[in-house]
Design a protein around this ligand. Structure first.
Ligand SMILES: [Zn+2]
Length: 57
């Protein structure tokens, strides 16, 4: 399954057996997205820029 990268418009690959909360990254720009799967099985990507950054202690 492929999604469009919000940052560069590139293709972000999401495996069919992806789990909610998993992180995927754009091959083109390296932006990270968290996979969100709702009860209906609808997959959405949420930009995960805030996650894993150094700010905050
Ligand atoms: Zn990208």
């Amino acid at each position: 399954m492929e999604f469009e990268c919000e940052q560069c418009g590139g293709q972000v690959q999401v495996p069919k057996d992806a789990l909610s909360g998993e992180l995927v990254s754009c091959k083109d720009c390296g932006s990270e997205y968290e996979i969100m799967i709702d009860e209906n099985g609808t997959i959405e990507l949420k930009a995960a820029e805030e996650v894993g950054e150094d700010w905050g202690e």
